[in-house]
Structure formats: structure tokens, C-alpha cells
Ligand binder design. Structure first.
Ligand code: 7TS
Length: 405
């Protein structure tokens, strides 16, 4: 059964907002998603009814807050088929990857290799780049084909016995390419390398099963999957997390502290130092409930349907150039440029129509240089978007073509 988008839209208060007097058409979901009232409500309910710090006070509110916060770990674990103690709450994908780059750095020696791809978000590039500099290790980048898919020969050539870490995006936030992480994971493991997945753009839009991928680590952000900002996830295989150094030290992450030394807490608390983003954790749990209620497989097929529809509509405008693969290897994201129009100008024209897209380098500057462009416009879709909104996008782009002729 298809999604009941009309009913879904009623859950998102922001979709009633007018922008420049026009109904909001929100097509910037790859940057952040909107939040349903169930998520906003769960967070307000916590603040209004059981706000207290977790894992500390032996009092009713503290126990309720702790239970709800731990329950959220359990929900997130279920969502990606992990165990509860393998789910570390971080601030976002960026922090999850920084945690890894910091905590794994002891394992990296001179001339070891860290393999990424040309399509990485800066978040899955800069942290490794800095770690590689410190350890005198090398970064390698798997090349892309003209159509924005990963080049298979480059995959095989880049991942050798020298690779200690292979870290790649599951879905590119600029090209929308869905990478075959199962296959690349196997190649990484055959070469005794750790395999990390940047799942910021996949977990919100498709079923991600860490056991099927067999990845060692996987990172994603709550705010792109209907949850609040300030909460993200790092999944890691338990035996690896147990071996790793903590990232932040202080309260909550310890089991025992003496003046001259400390022992670390059990997983995942070892990596969750200090007072947590409690309301945000609870909000993310509510977002998972919401996604589960609708069904992630249904969301995926609807996202694909919208993306395919948008690609067709945009391909019909001869001044538009679309980047990335065809719909078979893509989901939710369509980046493009209008001939002779800067992406910022396209975005500004669309904004006057109430349409929100992203314009710029989308935190993928190296990818933009591979494509030979400095910027692009990007429409990205989610479960509450409609074909009518895509029609408005196409009309808005035609307006931009005319304005800048
Ligand atoms: N990785 C990918 C693939 C992303 O798309 C993003 C955010 C991140 C990592 C970082 O996520 P954060 O929550 O830590 O910021 N992508 C985008 C985007 O495309 N536009 O704004 C943020």
C-alpha cells in the first residue's frame, strides 16, 4: 500500500507555514528533515513531566528519564539491527566520525592507508585527513565514473593490504548515489581493514541492517530522520568498541575514579561522557517509532517514486543539467544546475515561490571539483513531499531560466 501522504502532512506543523506568502515547499531534506508533532510532543512531555538527569538521582523523575533515554538506545538498535550496547549517542554524524578518527588513531602507523571516496561529505573526510596527517598515514580516494557511481576498478585498486580503514558514504548527499556497501565491506575485510559506513543519507530513507552489511562502524544523524538536532548515533561492533579509547573523559563514562587513575564504564556509556542530550535522545526515539509506524520500505519506494518523477520533470527542461546516476542507483537527492545561472540565483528565485532547496557545494567541495563545477542546486525529498510540489519546483526552475536569459 502506498503512503497516505495527506495524513502524514498533518503531523508536520511546519508544512502549514507560508514563505513569501506562498505555501512552504520544503525540498531541503538532505540538510535536515522536518519534525512531526509526535517528536516535538515527546520532547515537550519530557520537559514538562519528568525532566531530570539520567543515571544519577535515585528519585522517580531521574528513573523515568533514565528509562526513556535507555529505551531510545534500544529503539535505535532495533532500527538498524544492532545490540543496545552498541549504540552510542553522539551529537551528529560529524561527531560520530570524529570520535572514530580520534579513538582509532592509536592503531594507525606511518604509511598505513585510509580509503575514502571522491564523493564524501566533508564530515567523512576532514577528520580522517587530520588523523592521517598526525599519524603520517595516507589517504586514498576511490574514483567515480562519469555517471556518479563508484568505479569498480578503482575500488579494487584502492583497497589493498595497506588499508587499515575504509570509510564511505552509503548514499551521497550530492549525487544521491547508493553505494554497494555490502560488496565494499567484503573487499575491506578481505584486506583486514575496518569498514566504516557514513549512513547519514541512508538510514532516514531505507532499511539499513548492520548485520547484513557486516560493517564495523556506522554513523548517522537524528535530525535527518525526523528527529531533533543535537543527537546522532555511532554504531560499533561490541568487541571493537571495548578495545577503543574513550573520546571524551569526565562524568558518566567512568566506573571508578581514584586520584591516580580511572576505570571506564560499560558500553555505550564509556563513550557518552557528561550530561546527555536527554530530550533529544527521547525525541529521536519518537522519530524511530514514527518511521516504524509508516514503514521504512514504504518510505523508500515513495522517495524513489518522487525522485524519479523529479528527474523526469527536470530532464524536460533543456537548460537543466542533472548530476549523478539514473534512478536505479539513486535515492532522494537531485542536484542540478541551470545553464548560465549560478545555483544561488536559482535558489533565490525558488525561495520567492516558497520553495526551499540547497545551493552551494553541499560540503562536498572535492566532489564538485571532480565534476568541474563550483556549486550546484539540490532538491531532496522525504515522505511528506508530493508530486505537486515537484511540479512547483519545475515551474520555479523555468522561471529562473526566463529571469536570467
Ligand atoms: N555525511 C553525509 C553523507 C551527509 O549528508 C551529512 C550532512 C553529514 C555526513 C554530516 O551530518 P551532520 O548531521 O553531522 O551535519 N549533510 C548535509 C547536507 O547535505 N546539507 O546539509 C548537511
Amino acid at each position: 500500500m502506498a503512503l497516505n501522504v495527506k495524513k502524514i502532512r498533518e503531523d508536520f506543523p511546519i508544512l502549514k507555514v507560508k514563505v513569501h506568502g506562498k505555501p512552504l515547499v520544503y525540498l531541503d531534506n538532505a540538510a535536515t528533515s522536518q519534525k512531526p508533532k509526535q517528536v516535538i510532543g515527546a520532547m515537550s512531555y519530557y520537559y514538562e513531566n519528568y525532566n531530570a538527569n539520567t543515571h544519577r538521582g535515585i528519585h522517580k523523575l531521574g528513573e523515568e528519564a533514565t528509562e526513556a533515554y535507555e529505551k531510545s538506545h534500544e529503539k535505535l538498535a532495533g532500527f538498524i539491527n544492532a545490540d543496545q550496547d552498541e549504540i552510542i549517542f553522539t551529537k551528529n554524524t560529524t561527531e560520530s566520525i570524529n570520535l572514530l578518527a580520534y579513538s582509532l588513531s592509536n592503531e594507525i602507523k606511518k604509511d598505513d592507508e585510509i580509503v575514502l571516496t571522491q564523493m564524501e561529505h566533508h564530515s567523512n573526510l576532514v577528520a580522517w585527513q587530520q588523523m592521517a596527517k598526525k599519524r603520517k598515514a595516507k589517504l586514498k580516494f576511490i574514483e567515480i565514473n562519469k555517471d556518479g557511481t563508484l568505479n569498480e576498478e578503482s575500488v579494487r585498486k584502492s583497497i589493498t593490504k595497506k588499508a587499515k580503514i575504509v570509510s564511505i558514504a552509503h548514499v551521497s548527499n550530492m549525487l544521491g548515489t547508493v553505494n554497494d556497501v555490502n560488496k565494499i565491506c567484503k573487499i575491506a575485510h578481505d584486506n583486514d581493514s575496518l569498514f566504516v559506513v557514513d549512513a547519514a543519507q541512508s538510514v532516514p530513507h531505507m532499511k539499513v541492517d548492520i548485520k547484513k552489511i557486516n560493517c564495523d562502524f556506522l554513523a548517522f544523524s537524528g535530525h535527518k530522520m525526523l528527529g531533533p538536532t543535537g543527537i546522532g548515533v555511532l554504531y560499533g561492533k561490541k568487541h571493537l568498541l571495548e578495545k577503543m579509547e574513550p573520546f571524551l573523559y569526565g562524568g558518566h563514562m567512568i566506573k571508578e575514579v581514584k586520584f591516580n587513575g580511572s576505570k571506564w564504564n560499560y558500553l555505550p556509556w564509556k563513550f557518552e561522557a557528561g550530561t546527555a542530550n536527554i530530550a533529544e535522545g527521547i525525541g529521536l526515539g519518537a522519530a524511530v517509532d514514527y518511521l516504524n509506524k509508516i514503514g521504512i520500505d514504504k518510505i523508500k519506494s515513495y522517495d524513489k517514486e518522487l525522485t524519479e518523477y523529479a528527474m523526469k520533470k527536470l530532464e524536460d527542461i533543456k537548460e537543466v543539467e542533472i548530476y549523478g546516476p539514473d534512478i536505479r542507483n539513486r535515492i532522494s537527492v537531485v542536484s542540478f544546475n541551470v545553464k548560465n545561472v549560478h545555483a544561488h540565483d536559482t535558489s533565490a528565485v525558488l525561495d520567492r515561490e516558497g520553495i526551499a532547496i540547497r545551493a552551494g557545494h553541499h560540503c562536498t567541495m572535492p566532489l564538485h571539483s571532480v565534476l568541474g563545477i563550483i556549486a550546484s542546486a539540490r532538491a531532496s525529498f522525504y515522505l511528506y513531499n508530493t508530486k505537486e510540489e515537484v511540479d512547483k519546483l519545475a515551474e520555479g526552475i523555468k522561471k529562473a531560466v526566463k529571469v536570467f536569459k
